[in-house]
Design a protein around this ligand. Structure first.
Ligand SMILES: *Cc1c(COP(=O)(O)O)cnc(C)c1O
Length: 444
């Protein structure tokens, strides 16, 4: 990877190990700028941090000048501790807690995407309380000691007005797995696009003394190869932009169309450029607004996996190899559903290679399994690999998104380390959990 021998990286840092390529992340961001943010004056992009988040990743996104999406107090805290500018943070979530909202307002996040009926009223109430009183309600924030943030809590509240966007459910079926479809009518996310509640809340935000109406948001789903569902949702969104103008005489500052741009997990996947999705989005938006006398909103996207997914590989050490009675072969590795739950969660497909014997022909078909006590702990069905021996290093491709971020401690497997390859050198950006870490919160 980028001129670095992954087998020696595995030797240096141990396995299982996530390895991220800085060059690959940078190339994705460059494509995003070329096709979108540098191309249109009204284009903005926020990296969806849930795909892969750590302090080093926040710094990469900050350096690139992108905004950052967070969906929880923990993601927000990570970003703030990494020094990410709060005005470029956008806070999502269908059930943000009072404490999380208090923390977000205290940090001064730039945008909050409201996705629950009482949320705007709660934000206004918290803003009316001001800094210290507000934080007194936020248990997590108070528990934070020695992190260098306590002054932020005790400081006077910054005189700021968060931008409030509203998450809309566009009622569009994205062509992807049901678990990662988010814009259909039965989804738990968003206000129905044709409902009165949405307009009432938008009216409240427009007339608010404490917040600014920021616009509307939708996200149709993830790993989407075609642009038609984006365009279908966009038309719904533009209809709302017009509805807002008709009712309130108010322009919509921003239309956020979410993320979900597909990546190459396997050799049969043929992902498209950002331009494929966004060129028609931008031209339809401009044309619709011109035709209806509307001010063209800024358009924001929220790519997650398309920034980091292909930039990551996971390295494992091959252990037990066994033939099944049916003539199949299991190749077991030293990780599994703990470091990559996507195959078990929604049948996600991956490809791999024996990195320690990379030139040998991939002429065996095997099932790659993990070491967890679950029969469903199968990483790759029908993997094409060269003949593996115990001790080989297996590299699974395109694991940069939703691997580390969904990792768990089932069977008390320690979370793997994350290495970043940059300037032809590998360094750790997240250290491996130790056994001691595993019991560090246990109380006798
Ligand atoms: C998950 C999510 C994204 C990112 O999705 P990807 O498939 O990783 O690009 C963006 N926006 C919202 C609201 C999301 O929930």
């Amino acid at each position: 990877m980028d001129g670095v021998d992954l087998v020696s990286v595995a030797g240096e840092f141990g396995t299982p190990l996530y390895v991220m390529s800085r060059a690959a992340i940078d190339a994705k961001i460059a494509g995003l700028k070329r096709d979108f943010t540098d191309r249109y004056p009204n284009a903005r992009a926020a990296y969806a941090s849930k795909a892969f988040l750590c302090v080093a990743m926040c710094r990469i996104i900050d350096e690139a000048g992108l905004s950052l999406d967070v969906v929880s107090g923990g993601e927000l805290y990570t970003a703030i501790r990494a020094g990410f500018p709060p005005e470029r943070i956008e806070f999502h979530g269908n059930n943000k807690t009072r404490d999380e909202l208090a923390l977000a307002l205290d940090y001064g996040v730039g945008r909050i995407i409201v996705d629950a009926p009482g949320e705007l009223a709660l934000i206004e109430e918290l803003l009316s309380r001001g800094g210290a009183a507000r934080v007194a309600t936020a248990g997590d924030a108070q528990a934070d000691s020695g992190g260098g943030l306590s002054s932020a809590y005790s400081a006077d509240p910054p005189a700021y007005r968060p931008k409030i966007l509203f998450r809309v459910n566009p009622g569009v079926d994205a062509d992807t797995h049901g678990h990662i479809m988010t814009g259909h009518a039965g989804s738990k996310f968003g206000f129905p696009a044709d409902g009165e509640d949405l307009y009432t809340l938008i009216g409240d935000a427009i007339s608010s003394a404490r917040v600014d109406f920021g616009g509307i948001h939708f996200h149709v789903g993830s790993q989407i190869f075609t642009n038609d569902c984006y365009l279908a949702a966009l038309r719904r969104g533009l209809g709302i932009v017009k509805g807002i103008k008709d009712r309130y005489g108010c322009d919509t500052p921003e239309l956020n169309i979410g993320g979900g741009f597909a990546i190459r997990y396997t050799s049969t996947d043929e992902p498209q450029s950002y331009g494929y999705y966004l060129t028609p989005v931008m031209s339809e938006t401009a044309a619709y607004c011109a035709a209806h006398g509307l001010k063209t909103p800024d358009v924001t996207i929220e790519p997650g996996r398309s920034i980091v997914g292909e930039a990551g590989v996971t390295l494992y050490t091959v252990g037990a190899i066994r033939e099944t009675r049916g003539g199949g072969k299991f190749v077991a590795v030293d990780g599994g559903m703990t470091d990559n739950i996507r195959p078990a969660l929604y049948g996600a497909r991956y490809e791999a290679a024996i990195a320690s014997n990379a030139d040998a022909p991939a002429d065996e078909t095997v099932t790659v399994v993990g070491k967890c006590c679950e029969s469903g702990d199968r990483l790759i069905e029908d993997a094409r690999l060269s003949a593996a021996t115990s001790g080989d290093i297996l590299a699974v491709y395109s694991t940069g998104a939703y691997g580390y971020s969904m990792a768990n401690n089932y069977n008390k497997l320690p979370l793997p380390a994350v290495a970043l390859i940059e300037d032809s050198k590998a360094r750790l950006i997240v250290r491996r959990q130790s056994y001691e870490d595993l019991i560090s919160r246990d109380l006798a």
